[in-house]
Design a protein around this ligand. Structure first.
Ligand code: LMR
Length: 395
């Protein structure tokens, strides 16, 4: 029955992490997968999360089934993190299996309920966007985004392409911490983009997996706040993997801004139908952690300051690496590494240089040259700088 199934291509990001874990070089550095590591190179258990979990244990809550869409408290908290105090009565929000689960649910919704067969993503975008959307039967197209030559955006070309799309086209956008380039739109560019989306009656789909890692929780939601001021209908996939370090809990949300509160009720019903047919209802441990820490002012404050500390540490690593590359006379564009936002930098390292970093130094980056900055710390940043200088030296 199964003999016809051949070998599958390994996932480019997950398989890199597996290779890293198996590498016996004691100096190995993981700059691959989008994971926050602390100064000691560990995935943090945030203190606010630990405190919330202790409370949950004390409450001895039984593990019953949650509502298909997640608890009302959780979905309301997702809305307030994304949209602040704005009116969310026309927004349908459901809990999802991480940000990836939100993308898949949205893709199924787009396919089954909107009968759309196409989606436009930035060039480049996260590799799994392609896999998820194609897996859901959508044809993936790109709009211009990153300019390798300048290290900036191809903003005019991006707007021209968006302006030429047929009405109702679905456009995936990264509100902050663009994955993989770390190159974000300015606030003025967001305003211009939203104006085009609105004028052309497009359907924006915002993927905000790294909220809080750019300029701050509120600042990183700028595009969402601006979109909400218009009459645009749109989708938002969000994740708690990174900003609450709940990677393995698979916790996220999908929010759909509709034309009216009644339409939001109906859309939520459609999302619930898709969830029930797929995995029935979401897991509860991660959502209870988030509910507990966001509902308690002291825990929330603690979480926000821990998150700010992560953000600052990444910025510091950017500066140290960029300064080291500059001092060493690197041909790499050190300003990009310094100025890009969030966990990632698009370094400009080529395939051959990446291979040398991996083979000679056990330093792992995702092709074509995406570096995850939080893998750097005070103990390995000089080693990585020296290695990058070596592999980029003119011969
Ligand atoms: C990444 O881009 O590395 C992260 O979003 C993790 C993943 O699942 O790929």
């Amino acid at each position: 029955m199964f003999n016809h199934i051949g070998a599958s291509a390994p996932d480019p990001i997950m398989s890199l992490m597996e290779a890293y874990l198996q590498d016996e070089n004691t100096q190995k550095v993981n700059l691959g997968i989008g994971l926050y590591y602390d100064q000691q190179g560990r995935i943090p258990l945030m203190q606010a999360v630990e405190a919330a979990e202790r409370r949950l244990l004390e409450q001895r809550t039984p593990h019953g089934y949650p509502p298909i869409e997640g608890s009302p408290l959780f979905t309301q908290q997702v809305q307030s993190l994304l949209f602040g105090e704005q009116d969310t009565s026309a927004i349908a929000t459901v809990q999802t299996l991480g940000g990836s689960g939100a993308l898949k649910l949205a893709a199924d919704f787009i396919h089954h309920y909107l009968s759309r067969r196409d989606i436009w993503v930035s060039d480049p975008t996260w590799a799994n966007h392609w896999a998820i959307f194609e897996g859901a039967g959508l044809k993936v197209h790109t709009y211009p985004y990153f300019d390798e030559a300048s290290g900036g955006l191809r903003f005019d070309a991006m707007l021209d392409t968006l302006a030429s799309l047929p009405e109702g086209s679905v456009v995936l956008l990264h509100p902050c911490c663009h994955n993989p380039t770390g190159t974000d739109l300015t606030q003025a560019q967001w305003r211009a983009t939203i104006e085009v989306l609105q004028r052309r009656r497009l359907l924006p789909f915002f993927d905000i997996a790294y909220q809080g890692f750019g300029d701050g929780l509120v600042e990183d939601g700028f595009a969402l706040h601006e979109a909400l001021k218009t009459d645009l209908e749109f989708l938002v996939a969000n994740s708690f993997s990174k900003n609450v370090a709940l990677y393995g809990q698979r916790l996220g949300g999908l929010s759909v801004r509709c034309g009216s509160p009644q339409s939001a009720v109906n859309v939520k019903g459609a999302l619930k139908t898709l969830i029930r047919r797929s995995y029935s209802c979401p897991p509860t441990h991660g959502s209870r952690i988030v509910e507990t820490l966001l509902a308690d002012a002291a825990l929330r404050h603690q979480w926000e300051s821990e998150l700010a500390g992560m953000r600052q540490r990444i910025k510091q690593m950017r500066q140290i690496l960029a300064a080291g590359l500059e001092q060493g006379g690197s041909r790499l564009d050190h300003r990009r590494i310094r100025d890009q936002k969030g966990m990632f930098s698009y370094t400009g390292l080529n395939q051959q240089q990446l291979a040398r970093l991996r083979q000679e130094y056990a330093i792992y980056l995702v092709a074509p040259g995406r570096m995850c900055l939080p893998g750097l710390n005070q103990n390995n940043v000089d080693y990585v700088t020296a290695a990058m200088l070596d592999v980029t030296r003119a011969v």
